[in-house]
Design a protein around this ligand. Sequence first.
Ligand SMILES: Cc1cc2nc3c(=O)[nH]c(=O)nc-3n(C[C@H](O)[C@H](O)[C@H](O)COP(=O)(O)OP(=O)(O)OC[C@H]3O[C@@H](n4cnc5c(N)ncnc54)[C@H](O)[C@@H]3O)c2cc1C
Length: 390
Amino acid sequence: MATNPAEVLGLPKPAWAADEVGMLYDMATRFMSEEIAPRYDEFEKNEMFDRESWLKAGAAGLLCASMPEKYGGSGGTFAHESAIIEAIGHVGVDGFGIGLHNSIVAPYILHYGSEEQKEKWLPKLATGELIGAIAMTEPGAGSDLQGVKTRAEKDGNHYKINGSKTFITNGQLANLIIVVTKTDPEKGAKGTSLIVVETDEVEGFERGRNLDKIGLKANDTSELFFNDVRVPTSNLLGHEEGKGFVQLMQQLPQERLQIGTGAIAMIERALALTIDYVKERKAFGKAIIDFQNTQFKLAELKTEATIGRVFYNDCVARHINGGLDPVTASMAKYWLSDLQGKVVDECLQLHGGYGYMNEYPIARMYRDARVQRIYGGTNEIMKLLIGRSL
Ligand SMILES: Cc1cc2nc3c(=O)[nH]c(=O)nc-3n(C[C@H](O)[C@H](O)[C@H](O)COP(=O)(O)OP(=O)(O)OC[C@H]3O[C@@H](n4cnc5c(N)ncnc54)[C@H](O)[C@@H]3O)c2cc1C
């Protein structure tokens, strides 16, 4: 049986939550260690996961953990989603895109979908039969989402969608894509609508390149093209057109918080691995940990990681009680992902040349961490939002 790195490293379980969340975390770390970690190099080489891994995750109850049981989910809360994302980070299989599927895509359908849409899509998202993606970014519109050009024109009881998207996570595998479109370009943000495209059922949809990234190699990030893609008007999320921007804004706190989840999990893993490493490695006749510089560096990082964990847990507790405001969620996204970059960089330094070698996990973490400050709204945009609230 494969070793469970989270257990070996003694990483913290989500101790702040109910026992059942701790049990889910144990199960998820076991699943990631036994089913995913042994094949992770293969996924990095292929630059994507395979469908089988998604179906296995679904069968293990790791998809849609916070969706109601009547739609095939496990009836949990964001605490359950957090436990799964923490397990992914603690085991070190960060490219598995189920965080986005679970805590971004599925909630849009739950919160804005009609009863018919929920019954149709959520159970298949829970089994992994459908893999979710959300397509906001375009070549000409990233931070400024009001600049989205993808157009959805009504044509009888269908929408005809035209446009292109880029940088879309799960973009090569996804077969349920929430597309940010303009239903009324004259109205700017108020003319934005979210429309679901089931890619197995349409013509005119094309996947572009699986983009060549510096990190998160195991995750597919893709261009998508929509050329007269016709979907029924019943695929609109929400009762009326023009609500897309409001829907995006309402869901952002959770999206930003889950970037913080990945950050705190990687911070804890990087520190645990580095503490082990500096105890083993010797220079000038003693272990690297015996140098005062090493102790001071690690003392600083451990302190900051502890502050990060307390802040993160507080954000989750507030979110579960419905009280996480968008400004605090922006703080969590920006501060935790910045801290992740710093901790991983300092930990790599303490590995010396070995830290720069791909065979050491810290090298992969260094590559994978960088994007956290960019996606989900860049950290500059987070500061803009925090600044506006002052
Ligand atoms: C690996 C990866 C996965 C992604 N996954 C998805 C996905 O699943 N779905 C999706 O829709 N998108 C996804 N994205 C896109 C991501 O959200 C955008 O890259 C991000 O929002 C930034 O947009 P941009 O790249 O166009 O940068 P730009 O908006 O061009 O920004 C360039 C620089 O200018 C700064 N800047 C911009 N505006 C301001 C301002 N007002 N004040 C100060 N500075 C500013 C930015 O902070 C940045 O430093 C992903 C990106 C990556 C790299």
